[in-house]
Design a protein around this ligand. Structure first.
Ligand SMILES: Cc1ncc(COP(=O)(O)O)c(C=O)c1O
Length: 461
């Protein structure tokens, strides 16, 4: 897949997104700002689609990776369905133009209210605002194409809610295959000890229990083993568990028409960190080809692999503090803007936006071999020692007012950001060729305070 520096390139010592110098973006909208490349999003999407085309796989973009409406619209235009994990993401997918049949609703803790809204538009929390927000015919929309259900309890509640509404909920059962995805412990989801899915051994029993429930149609299975997954073998193991289960279920008279393999597909935070998506497809296609040829619908839910290297975070240096052994480069972005380094100790390549010719980075790597670099920690303004974007990096000299780009920030950047320490959330800009468009204005302090303006007495006396 794309490498961190593919979509964002240095020209005459200045980082560009498409044809646009990112310095112009920062000057116009300020910092911190996420900048996305429309072309990179389109081409990453197409590449995954092409790799799995022998299976006719249907891609549902994992909205959690980056949920800006304009990004969703761009992907909808490419033909993507959407994978959502909350009522909020569901409404975004709908507002972006995704037909309900093209939405997969996953998530381990769906509430009844979320299930209702996913089954019948009259229960959408946006009902009163739909017209203003451009969500045509929200009231008349039908059920989502697929629920990915995580437990028997959820199935029971969904069956009751669907029955009350007089509709049938189409569902896949999320299977926990007990496979180690060999990624960060917080994003490993396919081990028995993780909260996700039902133990694979129990799948036949659950299919049997819900066979005759008229408001639920269990059409297949879902699996998502972690993210990002850098080895092919865990996917092969998971698929083998699912194929074994299909045989067992069909033997018991169930029809299995959908297999959703989830997300976690490869991407690289440093050059060449992960095998290419084509290598994953090469290993998986032979396992699934025959079944797909016989009508089994294969679904994938890529998020990071499309968005991560399609975005950078621009941050401005506020202060430079010389320590005895290293320099602290103190920026206006931090763990509130991009939490991945603090939360997962994730590596993001970070480099000044404007450099002289000898400091143009040759690759995104943990160690850069160029002259006159200084050991630095790139940190944020938040009052936490864990508030860093990059630690122990060798950087060219930087001074107050310089811009730094944090690469591979397009996925799980803005969507995991917060208002900690009362910072408004960042602006977002989409670049397409020579056109740069603000797709999300910086959040104002006034909007942050709005919900606190009118205290409501609940009890008194
Ligand atoms: C069920 C499910 N599908 C898809 C994804 C997307 O994963 P990725 O962004 O690595 O493709 C996730 C991520 O956590 C997930 O939990």
């Amino acid at each position: 897949m794309t490498q961190p520096l593919d979509a964002f390139t240095y020209r005459n010592g200045v980082l560009h997104a498409g044809e646009v110098p990112v310095t112009e973006i920062a000057d116009a909208v300020g910092t911190p700002t996420f900048v996305y490349s429309a072309e990179a999003i389109r081409s990453s999407y197409r590449r995954i689609e092409r790799a799995f085309s022998p299976l006719g796989a249907h891609l549902h973009y994992a909205v959690k990776a980056s949920s800006n409406l304009h990004i969703l619209r761009l992907l909808h235009e490419q033909g993507a369905g959407m994978d959502v994990v909350s009522g909020g993401e569901l409404e975004r997918a709908w507002l972006a133009g995704t037909p309900m049949q093209e939405i997969v609703f996953a998530g381990v803790g769906k509430t009844e209210a979320e299930q209702r809204a996913a089954l019948d538009g009259r229960f959408s929390p946006l009902l009163d605002d739909a017209e203003r927000l451009g969500g045509a015919n929200i009231e008349g929309r039908g059920p989502v194409g697929l629920f990915n259900v995580e437990s028997e309890s959820e199935l029971e509640v969904l069956a009751r809610v669907a029955a009350e509404l007089g509709v049938i909920a189409r569902a896949c059962l999320r299977v926990n295959p007990d496979v180690d995805a060999k990624t960060h412990e917080y994003t490993t989801t396919g081990l028995e000890e993780n909260k996700f899915g039902v133990a694979w051994q129990r799948v036949p029993e659950i299919f049997a229990a819900f066979r005759d429930v008229p408001s639920i149609k269990l059409v297949g299975m879902h699996v998502h083993i972690g993210s990002p997954v850098r080895e092919i073998e865990p996917y092969e193991s998971a698929v083998k568990v699912l194929l074994h289960l299909i045989d067992t279920l069909e033997g018991a008279g169930h029809e299995v028409s959908v297999l959703d393999l989830g997300g976690g597909w490869p991407m690289s935070y440093t050059d060449g960190e992960s095998p290419e998506i084509e290598a994953f497809a090469e290993a998986l296609v032979p396992l699934l080809e025959e079944r797909a040829g016989n009508g089994l619908q294969i679904v994938l839910e890529p998020g990071r692999s499309i968005l991560a290297n399609s975005g950078v975070l621009l941050t401005r240096v506020q202060h430079v503090k010389e320590g005895r052994e290293k320099t602290f480069v103190i920026c206006d972005a931090g763990m509130h803007t991009l939490i991945r380094p603090a939360f997962y100790r994730a590596f993001h390549f970070a480099w000044p936006v404007r450099v002289d010719a000898r400091h143009v980075p040759p690759a995104a790597a943990e160690r850069v071999d160029l002259p006159d670099l200084r050991p630095c920690d790139i940190v944020g303004p938040i009052c936490e020692t864990g508030d860093f974007l990059a630690r122990g990096r060798d950087l060219p000299p930087v001074k107050r007012g310089d811009l730094i780009a944090v690469f591979s920030a397009g996925a799980y950047g803005m969507s995991m950001s917060s208002n900690y320490n009362d910072h408004g959330r960042s602006a977002e800009v989409m670049v397409d060729g020579d056109r740069a468009v603000v797709i999300n204005e910086r959040q104002s302090l006034a909007s942050l305070l709005e919900t606190e303006m009118n205290p409501r007495v609940l009890t008194h006396g």
